[in-house]
Design a protein around this ligand. Structure first.
Ligand code: ADP
Length: 269
């Protein structure tokens, strides 16, 4: 099953990424030391964009796998398929990344089935091997191969947290929403919005994130702030755009929605 997998071939243009602090340098050091990287942080705070940016910067293709609770080791490694001429082996994205010396990014890795750790462990210690049990092959990862995983510590339940024996194989980086000045740059860079609009939206996101009394599972992400800016830039009414991008996606509860809308009205004036 390969739903949600994407492959980014070498990109000539660097995807826009506004660093939070020193993460680009740290990532480069990890890459050159052949160390796997774990990125922790809330949804929509720039983890995937960071990995895309770094892959382009290091000149490596990128295999991204959006992990989900049905994802098995075979989905990563590969499986035998039946074709017109009988069965044949088909590499999964992890195997392709190892063969090509690419970067493999497993987004929300803790969602995946537990059998995936069996293939990740030998790849994330100094052996750097990927055993393909079904074909009897054992691939040695080339120096250019890198494994990057991410997860959102905020909404994972305790059972789903990453096992210490797995986490301790990674160099880890914590991400959060950028501070206001950086988030304004991100909104301008991503949407082409004027500074004044970007400032208003980032203020609004800050006010929405501060709303603690309500039962919000997740805070308004930078991704949603960019959506709001895009909607407004294309001519949608500000209030409507903010409700659609920064309130409705966060809750189904009418009362919470009313509270978010109140904040939107207060900030937009
Ligand atoms: P995550 O992987 O953490 O869920 P993404 O990397 O997909 O989030 O980020 C969501 C969107 O937010 C991106 O598509 C981009 O528009 C924007 N974004 C967030 N942080 C940054 C950043 N530091 N630099 C550039 N764009 C960013």
């Amino acid at each position: 099953m390969e739903r949600n997998n994407t492959v980014t071939r070498l990109q000539r243009e660097l995807p826009f990424y506004r660093p939070h602090c020193n993460e680009t340098v740290l990532f480069e050091h990890a890459y050159h030391n052949r160390l796997p990287v774990l990125i922790k942080g809330p949804t929509g705070c720039g983890k995937s964009r960071f990995v895309q940016h770094m892959a382009a910067r290091l000149g490596r293709p990128l295999y991204t796998v959006a992990c989900h609770d049905d994802l098995t080791a075979a989905d990563l490694v590969g499986r035998h398929l039946i074709g017109e001429r009988g069965t044949y082996w088909s590499d999964g994205p992890l195997t392709r990344a190892v063969r090509e010396g690419a970067i493999c990014y497993l987004d929300e890795v803790v969602e995946a089935r537990k059998d995936t750790t069996v293939v990740l462990h030998p790849l994330t210690d100094d052996r750097r091997i990927l055993p393909l049990e079904r074909t009897g092959e054992e691939l040695q990862a080339p120096p250019e191969f890198m494994l990057v995983v991410s997860y959102n510590p905020g909404y994972q339940n305790l059972l789903k947290g990453m096992k210490p024996s797995t986490r301790q194989r990674f160099v880890a980086l914590s991400f959060d929403f950028p501070d206001a000045a950086r988030e304004i740059e991100v909104v301008i860079g991503e949407s082409g919005a004027e500074r004044a609009l970007a400032e208003t939206l980032v203020n609004l996101a800050g006010a929405l994130r501060a709303l603690k009394d309500h039962d919000l599972e997740e805070a308004a992400s930078t991704r949603l702030v960019v959506y709001a800016a895009n909607l407004i830039r294309s001519g949608l009414d500000r209030r409507e755009a903010c409700i659609a991008a920064l309130a409705e996606p966060l809750t189904d509860d009418r009362e919470t929605l009313a509270a978010l809308t109140e904040v939107i009205d207060a900030v937009l004036g």
